[in-house]
Design a protein around this ligand. Sequence first.
Ligand SMILES: [Zn+2]
Length: 138
Amino acid sequence: MSDRSTSEAMLRGVKLTCPACGQGRIFSSYLKVADACPKCGEELHHQRADDLPAYITMFITGHIVVGLVMMVETHFSPEFWVHALIWPPMVLALSLFLLPRVKGAAIGLQWAQRMHGFGGAPEAAPAIAPKAALTRPA
Ligand SMILES: [Zn+2]
C-alpha cells in the first residue's frame, strides 16, 4: 500500500502539474517532461510513459468522435463533404489536447505507485566495508 494518493497524483498530471506538489509544471515543452519539478525539486526523469498516452488518447478520441459521427449521421445525414470537413480537425484538436494530459496522468500513476525509480526508496547501500577496515594494522 502506497502512502501516495494515486487519484490525486493522476489528477495533478491531468492538470499538467507535478504529481508530488501539484504546483510546478510537469512538462518543459509540449510533451517533454522536465527532469525535475521547478517548485519542489521532485525528480521526474524516472517516468516511462512510453506509448501508453498515445494509446489512451486514441482510445478516448476514437470513442468520442465515432460516437458523434454516428449521432450526426443518424440525425442529420449530411453530405459526405460535411463529415470530411468536421471530423479530421476535431480528431486532431482533441488528440493534441488530450495527449499531454493523459501523459501527465500516466506519470502521476507511475509516481504514486513508486514505479521506475519514483520510489524514493534508497538504493541498496553497497555492502563494502570502509577502506580502513580492510587494511590490517602493521
Ligand atoms: Zn513538484
